[in-house]
Write a protein that binds this ligand. Structure first.
Ligand SMILES: Nc1nc2c(ncn2[C@@H]2O[C@H](COP(=O)(O)OP(=O)(O)OP(=O)(O)O)[C@@H](O)[C@H]2O)c(=O)[nH]1
Ligand SMILES: [Mg+2]
Length: 711
């Protein structure tokens, strides 16, 4: 394959509403550039992009695919991402390396919930956005309504660059407002027949053309001056204005297409080639050592791995964008994360599962390689002379939906762990964690749909039977009042016996707590507990009632009980202990005896000290359309949520609330069903709070029942 220069490369992410036609569009673009010679369809399960079994079975995209096509002496790299919201991690990764986002909108529906999800990611990534109004050939397509909906949601920088003359089943003709021409396509695609705009369309076309010129000029002062001087812009100036406006998000052009019939596709490629930024037009990417990379071949070699996938016959494939220099086979690079050397042994470009070997990849290009030793998504590989110039990983989405998982057959535990780790590698937005506290294997995901995909891989692709359930809540235990207890541990069975007696007081820890006055405090140890909160241990022994050498054993006994609280076996926290008296035996006292005495005295005191169960409470922020506020608030009250504030954000309302974690387990699914997918939320741990007494009763009973079962 010819080596394309940086200026001849375009990196485009096809993002947008679920089922808006991204994969079909990628297919049409590949056909136009002749990188495939027959167009596959979703229904025939033979597209270049949706080539994985799960995608063919479900008839929608699950993984992003890297593809490429050619047009106008440009190599156009396409990242076709899945549109369902649970796979948002793929959109984030694609936008991190793409220089333009083509955001497809289904012209039948206008802005959908998933269109908003995709848009939000472009805001976060600061990506140039071109809207593509697709499915114009559908009999219910309505271009004007759909454009109005995107203007409504995304503002008046949304600018019409094309409009359809005959939307609906006979759709084949487009008016292009940059070229000021009419374009008529054949079903199946190819180059359009270009003609003058007919009289009947002239008034509308001129009005929209003027608006386009104004918006295109706005991004650049020099262009604005030219526009004032000449009252218009040339096609070249307009292209320049579009490119600059795209980069600064000062303009969001709207194009039209029928990906299904290839209508508008050739001109879309032409637009990408002539008006969308090349990699070196984009702002520099800063490495962690401060060095800036401008996608220039003159810079030292640096590449960034944005995606990892496991492919049949190939194993692990690393997808990367080159940010500096040129890469060819045999090159040795350094991974700044590990400090290790990695050799590029093979370079290739992909069209879905088909791969073509390439000799060289220049700065700006996106290609892939295999057989790297120890890399993961988010790693960089750098010139050994510039080995610290790695890039930061993009921000992964916050987990919204956590489940616990186990293999039905415990002999499969190891296999389950290995498969989940592999899945995390190819989808870093899936968090895998074994909670030692809960003794459960947890998967942190974006929603039920995401988890169903995990389940599909485990069960259908790997024949592993698994059970998925709501994870336990990491409760805490604490006390609310002062209590005293003493315990004597005594054992006499032949030989040497055991003896230890401990008197202690426990007190709730609060910041300005008062020390007791009925005995002196001689030594204080303050422990910050690994699970949060404090344990303060005071030695108040006078007159040598207990030897100082037994104090650590008493402390150990208390700590044992703190790790398995007396109420429900959860961690205990925020307790002050005073050991103020006790007894020793000249022969039988030893560490074991004092450990047991300390533990049991602590348990007894704990039960008399107004013990309480505490639960994690989360700060939750929910964004919903106004008319769904009522339903969302009612639901929150049912979850013991405390509303902390409300506000508006564009057309949406924001609700901030504190909600117990126990009530948030399936919130992703509930919110989605209450709001038809339009509501989004984020949550972050806030603090531990005491549970209401009815909840405490219930938890105590549940724990007792579970203990009985174990007995
Ligand atoms: N009528 C019509 N149907 C289309 C068009 N483009 C795609 N479709 C159909 O819409 C459905 C979804 O198309 P896809 O290409 O899978 O859409 P997608 O955006 O890739 O979907 P996800 O990856 O699942 O988000 C399929 O049945 C396509 O045949 C179009 O331009 N016109
Ligand atoms: Mg798709």
């Amino acid at each position: 394959m010819k080596v394309y220069k940086t200026s001849e490369i375009r990196n485009v992410a096809l993002i947008g509403g679920a089922k808006s036609g991204k994969t079909t569009m990628a297919e049409a673009m590949l056909l136009e550039g002749k990188t495939i010679n027959r167009k596959g369809t979703i229904e025939d399960k033979n597209t270049a992009s949706d080539y994985k079994t799960i995608e063919q079975e479900r008839e929608h995209s699950v993984h992003s695919a890297l593809l490429h096509t050619f047009y106008d002496n440009k190599k156009i790299n396409l990242l076709d991402v899945p549109g369902f919201a649970d796979y948002v991690g793929e959109t984030i990764a694609a936008l991190n390396v793409a220089d333009t986002a083509m955001l497809l909108v289904n012209a039948q529906a206008g802005v959908e919930a998933t269109t908003e999800t995709a848009w939000r990611q472009t805001v976060a990534a600061n990506s140039p956005v071109v809207f593509v109004m697709n499915q114009i050939d559908h009999h219910t397509a309505n271009f004007d309504d759909a454009v109005n909906s995107i203007k409504d949601y995304f503002g008046d920088k949304v600018t019409i660059v094309q409009y359809p003359v005959n939307a609906g089943e006979d759709f084949d003709t487009i008016i292009d407002l940059v070229l000021m021409k009419q374009m008529k396509y054949k079903k199946g695609g190819g180059e359009p027949e270009v003609s003058d705009i007919p009289e009947s369309e002239m008034a509308k076309a001129e009005e929209l053309h003027l608006k386009l010129i104004e918006n295109a000029a706005e991004g650049d002062e020099a262009l604005m001056e030219k526009y004032f001087e000449n009252d218009t812009l040339t096609i070249e100036e307009m292209r320049e204005g579009l490119r600059l406006g795209l980069i600064t998000r000062a303009i969001f052009p709207v194009m039209v297409s029928s990906a299904k019939h290839g209508i508008g596709v050739a001109r879309l490629l032409d637009f990408i080639s002539k008006s969308c930024p090349a990699p070196d037009d984009m702002p520099a990417r800063k490495a962690t050592n401060g060095k800036e990379f401008h996608c220039s071949v003159e810079e030292p070699v640096a590449l960034f791995i944005f995606k990892t996938s496991i492919e049949q016959h190939l194993g692990e494939v690393s997808f990367f964008k080159v940010y500096g220099g040129e890469i060819s086979e045999g090159l040795d690079l350094i991974n700044p994360r590990t400090g290790n050397k990695e050799r590029i042994t093979q370079l290739f470009v992909l069209n879905g599962k088909n791969r073509d070997k390439v000799e060289k990849a220049v700065a700006g290009d996106i290609v892939s390689t295999i057989k790297l030793k120890d890399v993961q998504t988010g790693d960089s590989l750098c010139d050994p002379k510039n080995a610290e110039a790695g890039f930061e990983l993009f921000a992964l989405p916050n987990p919204l939906y956590t489940v616990a998982i186990k293999a039905v057959n415990s002999a499969d535990d190891e296999k389950l762990g290995a498969l989940l780790n592999e899945m995390h590698k190819t989808d870093p937005s899936l968090g895998i964690e074994f909670s030692r506290e809960l003794k459960q294997l947890l998967i942190k995901s974006q929603g039920e749909f995401h988890i169903n995909t995990v389940k599909w891989y485990l069960t259908k692709a790997n024949g592993l039977e698994v059970e998925i359930f709501v994870p336990k809540v990491p409760y805490r235990e604490t006390i609310t009042k002062i209590a005293d207890a003493s315990y004597r541990h005594k054992k006499q069975s032949g030989g040497s016996g055991q003896f230890g007696e401990v008197h202690m007081r426990i007190q709730p820890y609060v910041e300005d707590y008062k020390k007791p006055t009925d005995f002196p405090v001689r030594g204080t140890e303050e422990h910050d507990l690994p699970w949060g909160g404090k344990l303060i241990f005071n030695n108040c022994i006078v007159g040598g009632a207990i030897d100082a050498r037994f104090m650590p054993a008493i402390m150990k006994g208390i700590m044992e009980r703190m790790t398995e609280g007396p109420l429900t076996g959860s961690y205990a926290r925020d307790i002050i202990v005073y050991v103020y008296d006790g007894k020793m035996h000249p022969v039988d006292s030893n560490e074991i005896s004092f450990k047991l005495a300390g533990r049991n005295a602590f348990s007894m005191a704990f039960k008399d000290a107004g013990p309480k169960i505490m639960e994690p409470v989360y700060d939750v922020e929910i964004i919903v359309p106004e008319d769904m506020m009522g339903a969302v608030m009612t639901d929150l009250q049912g979850r013991r949520g405390m509303i902390m504030g409300m506000g508006s954000k564009g057309k949406n309302q924001i609700i901030r609330a504190k909600v117990p974690g126990a009530e948030m387990a399936r919130y992703a699914t509930s919110l989605s069903s209450i709001t038809s997918g339009r509501g989004v939320f984020s949550m972050a741990f806030d603090q531990y709070q005491q549970v209401p007494s009815d909840v405490q009763e219930k938890l105590l009973k549940e724990y007792e029942a579970s203990q009985d079962e174990e007995d």
